[in-house]
Design a protein around this ligand. Structure first.
Ligand SMILES: [Zn+2]
Length: 260
């Protein structure tokens, strides 16, 4: 009896090992793209606010570790196999379009020659002081920043009727295009939440891809309308958490814990 049990365990272990190996191989194929998700860069205690010195240290870490910043367009073409991505690609994103992205983050990004993408809420522009103005966005776009959509009002999309979801996605896209003079083809879902239905509408109104807050790398297993990101927050140990998040995402994926 004991022997049968031992043999059974061995067989099970071998089977698990095989599945494990297959997963690892599948997931390791193709480019791995790190997408960071920030909100505010300022010295307040808000959990969405990364302190300025920490943000600078994080950009320095990426720079000295050979990461190369890319745009949403490059990520899209890279995944489609139309463009060869750098060895360690990183897409730096900011949600909501806070004014401190201009005053605090932009000068640091510019110093390092790094690019980034900001998902803005057009209805807030010119209405609230702590959000970016069109003028600031134009200046940043001339300096390597890409502006994309975070919907018109930042409503919870899953609570809206279809016509309103469509309008949130489409009017924001059009308004940014009118003010900045370039196509807006990428979206970040407000609060990161989405479902297949919302993703379908995003595709229908002309977006080529949409970002969530699903934790992980973007790779060949990713859905263009449910792209993964790694959120960076202000915690008691912001820098330690940053390093761990950058390092752990690799092991998560290598062991197949994310995409399944
Ligand atoms: Zn948001």
């Amino acid at each position: 009896m004991k022997k049968i049990l031992a043999v059974t365990i061995l067989i099970l272990m071998a089977a698990a090992g095989k599945i494990f190996a297959q997963n690892t191989k599948e997931i390791a194929a193709g480019p791995k793209i790190l997408v960071l998700n920030y909100h505010q860069v300022q010295n307040s205690h808000h959990s969405l606010a990364v302190p300025i010195a920490d943000f600078e240290e994080q950009m320095n870490y990426l720079y000295t570790h050979g990461y190369v910043t890319i745009t949403p367009d490059e990520l899209y073409s890279g995944l489609n196999g139309e463009l060869e991505l750098p060895k360690k690609p990183v897409l730096i994103t900011f949600d909501d379009g806070y004014a401190d992205n201009y005053t605090n983050a932009f000068p640091i990004l510019r110093d390092y020659g790094m690019r980034a993408t900001i998902f803005v809420i057009p209805a807030f522009v010119g209405k609230y002081d702590n959000y970016l103005t069109w003028e600031e966005m134009r200046e940043m776009e001339a300096g390597g920043i890409t502006i994309e959509s975070h919907t018109m009002h930042h409503y919870k999309l899953e609570e809206l009727p279809d016509d309103d979801i469509r309008s949130e996605l489409l009017t924001s896209k059009q308004m940014i295009e009118e003010n900045l003079g370039h196509p807006v083809e990428f979206l970040a879902y407000p609060t990161g939440t989405y479902n297949l239905h919302i993703a379908g509408i995003a595709k229908e109104v002309g977006y080529k891809g949409a970002y969530t807050i699903k934790y992980g790398n973007v790779d060949l297993g990713s859905n263009f309308y449910a792209l993964e990101r790694v959120p960076i927050f202000h915690t008691g140990t912001t820098m330690k958490d940053f390093y761990e998040r950058i390092e752990y995402r690799q092991s998560f994926e290598e062991f197949g814990w994310i995409k399944k």
